[in-house]
Write a protein that binds this ligand. Sequence first.
Ligand code: SF4
Ligand code: SF4
Length: 494
Amino acid sequence: MNQPMISLESLLTPIDVEALEKTASSGGCSSSSCGSSAKPEDMDEATWDRIKDHPCYSEEAHHYFARMHVAVAPACNIQCNYCNRKYDCANESRPGVVSEKLTPDQAMRKVVTVANEVPQLSVLGIAGPGDACYDWKKTKETFAQISAEIPDIKLCISTNGLALPDHVDELAQMNVDHVTITINMVDPEIGAKIYPWIYYNKRRYEGVEAAKILHERQMLGLEMLTARGILTKINSVMIPGVNDEHLLEVNKWVKERGAFLHNVMPLISDPAHGTHYGLTGQRGPTAMELKALQDKLDGGAKLMRHCRQCRADAVGLLGEDRGQEFTLDQLPDTVTYDPAKREAYREVVAKERGDHVAAKQAAVAEVKDVAVDAKLLVAVATQGGGRVNQHFGHAKEFQVYEAGPKGIVFVGHRKVEAQYCEGGWGEDATLDTVIAALDGVEVVLCSKIGDCPKDMLTAAGIRATDDYAFDYIETAIGALYAAEFGSEVSAAVA
Ligand code: SF4
Ligand code: SF4
């Protein structure tokens, strides 16, 4: 392997550098493993090559690579009961804050600026705040400009599917390799409870008739994408009492039509967002209800469990949002793309990923070797790189893994409303919300935790430890699981 000209540390932000320095001093890398492929065993090389740097299509890649969305497509042709158009698109974003809408020229300036400053950037998506296929002219112009300037950036769109069949051929010509369709139903009777109206062929349709047209267009769009070899992810919003059980049927339909991934997301229905569901008291699922549905879906279309329901103008690694650093007023008037940082980052990360995969394989084997039926739900504070490398009090979210007979499986993340430690002080009331977000979790791993929050977590039945600080996540969980249950086996054998 060629030695990189630039160190990874020099490419990252001050916080990242601090974490990496601690990581390096922890001796977490096994040099003998360098270069291992992270490719899943059941995936062919060509497909792996298309997703290996995509933080949404590869769960493993999301530790290393970033996406950005540009909000160039504000118009929409349907109404979803979970959306208020004054806010970001709920297909791919967290409602609540108005996006800064961009023209294609402004989007171009923003993407080049981000690409020069965020070496992890690998994906550019158009995910609202309306529909990328309905607002097609702006979507197309944006992609044309950006792919001419940054040819290796992956282009993605997110759509409700109604206008999708009209543009599949152009998507294929433009080399758009990843498309997301939000499909919440395959039964129009259920669809009528989610979509009050659609606008199609210059006419407004309502109720079951509207849902039937939408359903047929979504299925046609998916089949056309599959026929052209475009990787398609299906987003479904889980709406308790409306489509939760029905999503098993949706999963079956989309699998049969070649969907690459199925991403079931919890409904967000805060009354403050002014959506129909929010205002009528329709609740979203709890974290454990979502996990239970995902567990039932296991074995169908492959599930995405690491989605963060990003804003339509999100920038950065999944789980972080650097959008505020790149608002229009902060962008330079002219900017030229410089590929040096992104290229150097990729070279260094390739080695780090090889080490991570080898460590993960060893940890999974360690868990399987314990050979008991017990499961352990573990939450991890991490700021990327696949390591336990974040202070408990600084975590805005925790990544959750289940260790058990299947090995170590990523099951999702839990967002916390506020970090426990702000400005050096922890608030008990904030800790209560963190504890609520960790419902069902047995152990928390972090790089540092104070005695006070640790004791309060213990009182709530959650153990927290910084004993595995800066280890790879799976290495830490494997050791924890073996320490927890390995002795049971030894005791039983003895
Ligand atoms: S498709 Fe997106 S923008 Fe359109 S109504 Fe639904 S959530 Fe809102
Ligand atoms: S909303 Fe989900 S799929 Fe879309 S960019 Fe964010 S993490 Fe990826």
